[in-house]
Design a protein around this ligand. Structure first.
Ligand code: IPM
Ligand code: MG
Length: 366
């Protein structure tokens, strides 16, 4: 089969890690008889530099014409990059938000999994880690605070900023259903996270989740307040299977969950709509401080490519082959700098390698 893959290399470490993911895809293609045709799509800082906008209409059309889009990362140093002198709607991140909305990518799946081999990189104590953890953060991605009305203006001589958090029941229902569906393919547990002790939007969230839960009697579910969830993630991460939550809470909790696994450089994500189309990107950011040094961890992007094979192209065997190869590379002791053990005595067991070598080693194991 031939698949049309839109590629957003983006900024910072983006181009470097995307190059490795393409290398792995091409390798899978050769082995299993598929062809991946890539179209480079501009978004983020590179798009601002080339066109003055973080995402042009042409870029949106290119994404829509693709079977799926693979993305690296966008954005730069918010303190020093000239992109952040621009009005907010012209900054790199605005491009990503616009793309998610334009393609209706409401369901964001962020798996957080502790690899046996990376226990040393996990900041938690052994007694908390136990035999590891494996959770899926389901983040609502096109509603809430990030898409509400916002403005900054002077009221009675005082500068005042406003951001609106709105959800309607349909937006909540469709992500809740996805969350319960995914739980059925995992360990049948949903933890719905909200702030229902304060927010109206959270009280509606809770009510709709309860309605949806009635159709899934085989899935256990619970509600958890977001501040408690932040604590539970470091206190006892094993308790979670699917964490179902709104946009901003999911943004924050998914970064926390990823750090608990040792490195944000390991975590993939998929953003899906009602069709087979998806946008696949590492959960981490553009890491401008290490861009161009050849040391970034490409595994999150490579695993995002695996998610693309599984969710958009139904190529489960090929996706598993990539995931197994990643595990094997770790087993064989290869590490990028971000997942090196902290303890000096552990370092003798592993070999530190760069971005390209990591891509090569994964290909060799497919
Ligand atoms: C993420 C990022 C984005 C978000 C930013 C870049 C707009 O932090 O994907 O988690 O907040 O959604
Ligand atoms: Mg984020």
């Amino acid at each position: 089969m031939e698949y049309k893959v839109g590629v957003i290399s983006g900024d910072g470490i983006g181009p470097g890690v995307v190059a490795e993911a393409k290398k792995v895809l091409d390798h899978v293609g050769e082995k299993y008889g598929h062809t991946f045709c890539y179209t480079e799509i501009l978004m983020g800082g590179v798009s601002i530099d080339a066109t003055g906008e973080p995402l042009t209409d042409e870029a949106i059309e290119q994404a829509k014409a693709s079977d799926a889009v693979l993305m690296g990362s966008i954005g730069g140093n918010t303190q020093t990059s000239p992109w952040y002198q621009l009005p907010p709607n012209l900054r790199p991140e605005a491009g990503l938000l616009k793309l998610r909305k334009a393609l209706n990518l409401f369901a964001n799946l962020r798996p957080a999994y502790l690899y046996e081999e990376l226990k040393e990189a996990c900041p938690l104590r052994d007694s908390i880690i136990g035999d590891g953890f494996d959770m899926m953060i389901m983040r609502e991605l096109t509603g809430g605070l990030y898409f509400g009305e916002r403005e900054t203006k002077e009221i009675d001589g005082v500068m005042t900023a406003k951001d609106c958090l709105t959800y309607n029941e349909n937006e909540i229902r469709r992500i809740a259903k996805r969350g319960f569906d995914i739980a059925r393919k995992r360990r049948n547990k949903v933890t719905s996270v909200d702030k229902a002790n304060v927010l109206d939007s959270s009280r509606l969230w809770r009510k709709v989740v309860e309605e949806v839960a009635e159709d899934y009697p085989d899935v256990t579910y619970e509600h958890m307040l977001v501040d408690n969830c932040a604590m539970q993630l470091v206190k006892d991460p094993k308790q979670f299977d699917v964490i179902l939550t709104e946009n901003m809470f999911g943004d924050i909790l998914s970064d926390e969950a990823s750090m608990v696994t040792g490195s944000i450089g390991m975590l993939s994500s998929a953003s899906l709509n009602d069709t087979k189309f998806g946008l696949y990107e590492p959960s981490g950011g553009s890491a401008p401080d290490i861009a161009g040094k050849g040391i970034a961890n490409p595994i999150a992007t490579i695993l995002s490519a695996a998610m693309m094979l599984r969710y958009s192209f139904d190529l489960d065997e090929e996706a598993s082959a990539i995931e197994q190869a990643v595990k094997q590379v770790l087993k064989d002791g290869f590490r990028t700098i971000d997942i090196m053990p902290q303890d000096e005595s552990e370092k003798q067991w592993v070999t530190q390698i760069g971005t390209k070598d990591m891509g090569n080693k994964i290909c060799e194991r497919i």
